[in-house]
Design a protein around this ligand. Structure first.
Ligand SMILES: [Zn+2]
Ligand SMILES: [Zn+2]
Length: 101
């Protein structure tokens, strides 16, 4: 699925997080391995936390927990990565016919 197809399928998705519900990042606490953190996407405080980041329905709990009762989303889907542009990978087919130059 391309990003355009995903957006067409979920027109009411949250534009703050792109449907992912937040973003993963790594935080270092000095020496040792960095810790994987999840920065939860919070809607504006005037809005309802139960709004699903993907379908836009009130499918989450009042604390914004999944899975969504409407579409089943549970922080497991969002706008896909841009597809690779492989337009210059395809080799041109061998020249057909005879060169009569
Ligand atoms: Zn969001
Ligand atoms: Zn949903």
């Amino acid at each position: 699925m391309t990003p355009a197809e995903w957006k067409a399928k979920w027109p009411r998705h949250c534009t703050l997080c792109g449907g992912w519900g937040g973003k993963t990042f790594y935080q270092s606490h000095g020496p040792g391995p960095s810790e994987q953190m999840f920065d939860l996407c919070v809607h504006d405080q005037d809005e309802d936390f139960s709004l699903c980041h993907r379908c836009g329905e009130n499918g989450l709990t009042e604390d914004g927990e999944g899975p969504c009762k409407s579409c089943g989303w549970d922080f497991d889907d969002g706008i896909p990565e841009e597809p690779y542009d492989d337009s210059d990978i395809h080799p041109s087919a061998g020249a057909a016919g005879t060169g009569d130059a």
